[in-house]
Design a protein around this ligand. Structure first.
Ligand SMILES: Cc1cc2nc3c(=O)[nH]c(=O)nc-3n(C[C@H](O)[C@H](O)[C@H](O)COP(=O)(O)OP(=O)(O)OC[C@H]3O[C@@H](n4cnc5c(N)ncnc54)[C@H](O)[C@@H]3O)c2cc1C
Length: 443
């Protein structure tokens, strides 16, 4: 269906895909994982190819309509919404090609990491960094930056990109890389769609084992957790290093380090000396197919979808990158003021350090100093409880303000670029000339 978006003076261009004004498509585009912001666009484009994306960007520009890319819609603050504009839903452009003989894989921006993993793992290959949740799109993740359990070793997902196809704010389709159109290449990674729409990426791959051995170790406090994570990362034996805080009734917040090594039987699992923090408890260990480890959040998603929480409950998440030397104190103080009800039944708390020297994409948010500690309050608010939601928002604002005061940064957060659009301004994409746009607004 190609319809004239109401309010647009000029008919839309010829497109190979679908420009929809169907109620269900507008409603879906006015929603995201956050369930906090709901702003209807005039139309949603399901492009057939990058040419459609370029044509609609030119059309939007000529008609004063903001054109906003959307991936899997995991943003929580309306970042992929376009009130009075056109949402480009890239999930209709999701081809994953076969890896080539240089171990590069070319994937369309709307492909999920699940699809990428399914194309590469059977060949014994995998992107060096994958997000923890494989349901995100490649384009949306590169636009945020993309952290995962192997970031301690390889940096962000957007550091693994060899080449991108990007539709510029002027509606031109360009190919960019570290050696070609470098400004554009640098501008679009980590800036959430502000400087262009990624339509394809060539990603580096490296050898993947078939089996994961996972150790989970309890730590008494965030300082011990972070020190153990840094020590294990320096040892270089683990492929994935993560951490979380879990609220245990009667004991308060407990900290769990997760360290994973990947191998291929009949090779034996790599030896893991020094995994246990001094006088800490013995680790819990399990062995599972690497594909299952990478897709470990999918069963939780299925459960939460079945319960309706995934798609219906508000998710006022807050992810900050804390400077290493302030991280333990801020995490301890923040959690001291929170009970399990402040994270929510299906929520979680993530903690893991990433060395800044691994983060090479210049506009990727990072904390000042040598280490960025990702601290994520992945909250779920009860539905229909405005007081609880307000408390969570206020807590997020306090955490963010404190993080910024000590040289931290917001991750994957709403920025002034999104804010102008969301609050009724017409800010569209910008040419990549301005300063990095990472100053977040208060939630
Ligand atoms: C359940 C869950 C798990 C998550 N896990 C991780 C994780 O492990 N690691 C991590 O780093 N982050 C994680 N995130 C945060 C996530 O990376 C970001 O929200 C990411 O941007 C979402 O990707 P998406 O495809 O859903 O994008 P969307 O939410 O659709 O879009 C997010 C932003 O990117 C822009 N955008 C989308 N597609 C493109 C494109 N093709 N070109 C340019 N701009 C684009 C949008 O306009 C918007 O500003 C998670 C979020 C959730 C809700």
């Amino acid at each position: 269906m190609t319809a004239l978006p109401p309010g647009a003076a000029v008919p839309p261009p010829e497109l190979r895909g679908v420009l929809s004004t169907r109620e269900s498509d507008l409603a879906a585009a006015a929603s995201d994982f956050g369930n906090l912001v709901h702003l209807r666009p005039l139309a949603v484009l399901f492009p057939a190819d990058a040419g459609d994306v370029a044509a609609i960007v030119r059309y939007g520009r000529a008609n004063g309509l903001p054109v906003v890319p959307r991936g899997a819609g995991h943003a929580v603050d309306g970042q992929a919404q376009a009130p009075g504009g056109i949402v480009v839903d890239l999930t209709s452009v999701a081809r994953v090609r076969a890896p080539d003989d240089r171990n590069l894989i070319s994937v369309d921006a709307g492909a999920t990491w699940q699809a990428v993993a399914e194309a590469t793992l059977p060949r014994g290959l995998v992107p060096p960094v994958l997000p923890d949740h494989l349901g995100l799109t490649v384009g949306g993740t590169l636009a945020a930056g993309g952290f995962g359990g192997s970031s301690h070793r390889h940096g962000s997902v957007s550091d693994q990109v060899h080449e991108l196809d990007v539709v510029t704010p002027g509606g031109e389709l360009r190919t960019c890389s570290p050696t070609r159109d470098r400004d554009l290449f640098d501008a679009v990674r980590g800036t959430q769609g502000q400087y262009g729409i990624i339509t394809r990426a060539a990603l580096g791959l490296h050898p993947a084992g078939r089996t994961a051995i996972r150790h989970r170790i309890g730590c008494p406090d965030p300082g011990t957790l972070l020190a153990a994570q840094v020590r294990l990362a320096a040892g270089g034996r683990f492929d994935h290093i993560l951490g979380s805080a879990v609220h245990v009734p009667g004991r308060g917040w407990q900290f769990v380090l997760e360290a994973v090594a990947v191998f291929t039987p009949p090779q034996a699992p790599p030896p893991q000396p020094g995994i246990r923090p001094s006088d800490g408890p013995a680790p819990e260990t399990d062995v599972l197919p690497y594909a299952d480890y990478l897709g470990r959040l999918a069963p939780f998603e299925r459960q939460l979808r079945a319960a309706g929480s995934w798609q219906n409950h508000p998710h006022p998440r807050c992810n900050v990158l804390l400077p290493g030397r302030h991280a333990a104190g801020i995490i301890a103080d923040t959690l001291a003021g929170l009970g399990p009800e402040d994270i929510g039944e299906s929520g979680s708390v993530l903690i893991y350090p990433v060395p800044n020297r691994r983060l090479r994409a210049p506009r990727l948010p990072k904390a000042r100093g040598t280490t960025s500690v990702l601290f994520g309050l992945q909250r779920t608010a009860p539905p229909d409880d405005p007081a609880a939601l307000r408390r969570m928002h206020e807590g997020n604002a306090r955490l963010l303000a404190r993080a910024l005061r000590v040289g931290g940064a917001a991750y994957s957060a709403r920025t002034p670029y999104h804010d102008t659009r969301i609050t009724g301004g017409t800010a569209g994409m910008a040419e990549p000339l301005g300063p990095p746009a990472h100053e977040p607004v208060s939630p």
